[in-house]
Design a protein around this ligand. Structure first.
Ligand code: SF4
Length: 468
């Protein structure tokens, strides 16, 4: 049995931030090469602290879904996942045995050599008849003084593509460092220019900053008075959203597995948690804000406050992804980065078989089944606030300055809207939904949403209200 884990950044504010990772997870899942494809996030759930617990096998490959190496791939992800590694990841990745699981952590997909093929594919989409006679290629990176690796990979890809001889010129240009993108008219001589943003996703930079800096008016723009004569620019979509990235991810995962031919086993604690959950689900179970009922060999899942409402009054969902998308926002349309906040929208029901029920519950309440079951077995170890705070780096390091009173004040506000009980603050949870109390779910460690709110408090930027 093998598990593949895709790690994204996620966002506390933007509900679309995780979409690219969802999409690649779905594409790879559909190929059936792994027993499961799991997603984890820095700022959403399951969090980096929780995600390994949600994997069903003892053989886990973790791929950072980032375009370049840097702070997240070298510091935040290994630290939060407890990989016992900090700093640059070697080409062969990092392998660790953690709690009975063999975990392989790879380089981010963006640095894999086959990304040059994705750049090429994007270039040919924008300009199918690109030719070495008259076409220049610009590989456009972000570049930053903080992360020297992010430009290295852009230069490498430009070098590889230059060698193919498919373009008259190949340039590496950047938004935030020299040579800057705005200098292209002086540098590029060819009459046709295809620009491929080496970016993870479509966003502010690809939609606004780059076109503005280059003077573009759309996917195709002709400049009549450039220093080298008339030039037409063909603007491609970012590499990170190309479907071929799924192949890059699979290459990385296979390379990380190396010569290992043996698959892992079923992870025992995970299996016990879900076996217990399914046993209860077959009897009808309420947990969190939802209820599950067996129904003619299938299961019906709905918001507990919709109990008794006729099915035709509710939107019927038939896939785990449908449940995920229906519950990503609250009824006011706001993103729900913490799924145990009491703001799940009503008005839907899902009819699912056993396997899909489990996946739907993983989307609804990531890591809740595993952590609650561990709590009932007395194996869930709380992490006190001081330990969580000490671990923070970068912009979050300032939470170490928060006084206990400040932490308590923010937590009293934020966590009062959450189903979870703060074991990390010393609160007790004698019962759980497994013993018939639907809202009883443990919180073993302050979530990143709370950490971010404490940071705002320390900075004096936190206004009134719960922040959710
Ligand atoms: Fe919920 Fe608070 Fe725990 Fe975050 S820290 S999961 S808001 S109880």
């Amino acid at each position: 049995m093998r598990s593949l884990v895709l790690i994204g950044h996620g966002s506390h504010l933007n509900g679309e931030s995780a979409s690219a990772v969802y999409r690649y997870a779905e594409m790879i899942r559909a190929r059936g090469l792994y027993d499961e494809v799991v997603e984890g996030y820095w700022k959403e759930e399951p969090s980096l602290r929780q995600v390994l617990k949600t994997t069903a096998s003892t053989d886990v490959t973790v791929i950072p879904m980032f375009i370049s190496e840097g702070y997240f791939t070298e510091t935040v992800i290994p630290r939060e996942m407890g990989l016992g590694h900090q700093g640059p990841v070697p080409p062969e990745g990092v392998a660790r045995v953690l709690g009975g699981r063999t975990v392989r952590y790879t380089l981010p997909y963006g640095v894999h050599p086959s990304m040059s093929q994705v750049i090429l594919a994007r270039a040919h989409e924008a300009l199918p008849d690109a030719s070495p006679e008259d076409t220049a290629l610009i590989v456009l990176g972000h570049g930053t003084t903080r992360n020297e690796n992010s430009n290295k990979i852009v230069y490498q890809n430009a070098g590889v593509l230059r060698q193919t001889g498919q373009f008259a010129e190949v340039h590496a240009l950047f938004l935030d460092e020299d040579p800057k993108v705005g200098t292209w008219p002086e540098l590029v001589k060819a009459p046709r220019v295809v620009v491929v943003p080496f970016f993870a996703s479509e966003g502010w930079h690809t939609l606004e900053t780059i076109p503005e800096d280059m003077g573009l008016e759309g996917p195709v723009t002709t400049f009549a008075d450039n220093p080298h004569g008339e030039q037409t620019v063909y603007y491609a979509k970012p590499v990170g959203t190309h479907s071929a990235v799924a192949d890059v991810i699979l290459h990385l995962a296979e390379e990380a597995a190396g010569a290992s031919t043996s698959d892992g086993d079923t992870e025992r604690a995970h299996d016990a948690a879900w076996t217990t959950f399914m046993d209860r689900a077959r009897e009808g179970l309420r947990f969190g804000e939802v209820m599950v009922q067996p129904q003619s060999g299938m299961f019906e899942l709905r918001h507990a406050l919709d109990e008794g409402r006729p099915g035709h009054e509710l939107q019927t969902l038939v896939t785990p992804e449908g449940v995920r998308d229906q519950t990503r926002r609250d009824e006011g349309g706001h993103h729900r980065p913490v799924h145990t906040l009491r703001n799940m929208p009503r008005g839907w029901r899902a009819v699912l078989d056993e396997g899909d029920l489990m996946r739907a519950v993983q989307y609804l309440y990531p890591a809740v089944i595993e952590e609650t079951y561990a709590h009932t077995c007395h194996t869930l170890r709380p992490t006190p606030w001081a330990t969580t705070a000490r671990r923070q780096t970068g912009i979050y390091a300032r939470v170490q300055k928060a006084t206990p009173a400040q932490v308590e004040e923010v937590a009293a506000d934020v966590c009062s809207g959450c189903l979870r009980t703060r074991l990390w603050a010393g609160d007790k949870l004698p019962q759980t939904f497994f013993s018939g109390v639907p809202g009883a779910i443990p919180c073993a460690e302050a979530c990143t949403f709370l950490v971010a709110e404490v940071r705002e408090e320390v900075a004096g930027k936190r206004g009134g209200g719960s922040g959710h």
